[in-house]
Design a protein around this ligand. Structure first.
Ligand code: SF4
Length: 372
């Protein structure tokens, strides 16, 4: 049986068009658990084998969702760890869907996301499933994931997800180990029927090391290549943790609208915003213990949903306000003519320099006003 997920809702779509990032995030990532049987080389979460005894409970999860509905209809990514390790996952997803949020799921490629469970996820309200693939063949991917057979399992999950009516997304983390394999991913992403290829540029935290990060010059080359590619392919390309993709798009758009030119929207109910999303600016992260941070890659805890109002923290906390104010940036980003549309990846600036408002070290661009 083909399940038809509840993709489009007029109220949610009109919210998407007018969301003000000072009032609401476009995307919220909720790390429902940090437990995961994998121990991937570049894991942000430094995932653990067992669930933490103090994870947010089901009731606390419902209470969190009740508050998140105040934001309107943001995407709510159920992430981890491996979110499938929570027995109440589908109850939480269904509750979020009923609340008007847009649930999305990032399962680990274990045997847990069976076709039946993916069908339940779709029925609960999940619109898209995102799977990680670091290369077009098993060798590189399985070495990254440190699990033999994980590539094959990922392929099975992708196929099963599509058969139950879910749209699928392939996430690829770019490091020095696989950057040369990216061209080979293009036909592969197309062949597996993914609607989006999310190319994630490493932020050196958790188990990810600076040594694995490609250079600023390599970032420039890959982002330019991705932009050119985005004009040819029939799937959406997203450069994750690389807001300078917007600068690259603007520089290469020949006077055309750089946002439209970069294909920043897609029609499966998870359309992308016209404003640039960045840590704390259109993005919010809640950890498995309820800690509130601007993103999973900017681990500065500014509250906890157990005793702080998540809506108030997002709108009014000094750090969130600073992250939404490009005039507060320093270094190259502070004088850059693209700071409003880009602003640099804040988590990477923090990971490398200790200052979340410093320049993004992955950007090779030299602004006209830079004298440093
Ligand atoms: S200098 Fe900073 S704001 Fe300018 S393009 Fe690079 S990362 Fe973006």
């Amino acid at each position: 049986m083909l399940v038809q997920p509840r993709y489009e809702r007029a109220t949610r779509d009109s919210w998407m068009a007018q969301v003000d990032f000072d009032l609401a995030p476009f995307t919220i990532a909720w790390e429902v658990t940090r437990a995961c049987v994998f121990s991937c080389v570049h894991c942000r979460a430094d995932a653990q084998r067992r669930r933490h005894p103090e994870e947010l409970s089901t009731e606390e999860g419902f209470a969190l969702i009740d508050r998140l509905r105040e934001f309107g209809s943001p995407i709510l990514v159920f992430t981890g760890g491996d979110p499938m390790m929570r027995r109440d996952l589908f109850d939480l997803i269904a509750y979020a869907d009923e609340a008007g949020l847009r649930p999305s799921l990032t399962p680990t490629a274990t045997t847990s996301p069976t076709k039946q469970r993916l069908r339940l996820a779709a029925l609960a309200g999940v619109r898209r499933v995102a799977l990680s693939l670091d290369g077009p063949s098993p060798e590189v991917h399985d070495a990254f994931r440190r699990v033999e057979g994980s590539w094959e399992r990922t392929m099975t999950i992708l196929r099963n997800a599509q058969e139950v009516g879910l749209s699928t997304q392939v996430n690829t983390t770019v490091t020095t180990h696989n950057v040369h394999l990216l061209p080979g991913m293009v036909d592969f992403v197309r062949s597996v029927g993914a609607v989006q290829w999310s190319v994630f540029f490493l932020v050196p935290m958790g188990r990810a090391q600076q040594l694995s990060m490609i250079s600023a010059e390599e970032h420039e080359r890959v982002l330019t290549w991705l932009y050119e590619l985005s004009r040819e392919v029939d799937f959406d390309i997203k450069a994750t943790a690389a807001p300078m993709y917007r600068r690259v798009a603007a520089q290469h758009s020949d006077g055309a609208d750089p946002v439209a030119g970069a294909g920043f929207s897609f029609h499966d109910g998870l359309d992308r915003p016209v404003q640039g999303v960045n840590d704390g600016r259109g993005f919010l992260f809640v950890s498995h213990l309820g800690d509130i941070t601007p993103s999973g890659f900017l681990p500065i805890t500014v509250g906890n949903v157990r005793h702080d109002d998540v809506v108030d923290v997002y709108r009014n906390h000094d750090l969130f306000r600073a992250l939404r104010d490009p005039t507060r940036l320093s270094g190259k980003c502070g004088v850059c003519e693209f700071r409003d549309v880009c602003g640099g990846q804040r988590g990477r600036a923090y990971a490398v320099t200790g200052d979340p408002l410093a320049s993004d070290p992955a950007c090779a661009y030299v602004p006209a006003g830079w004298t440093g």
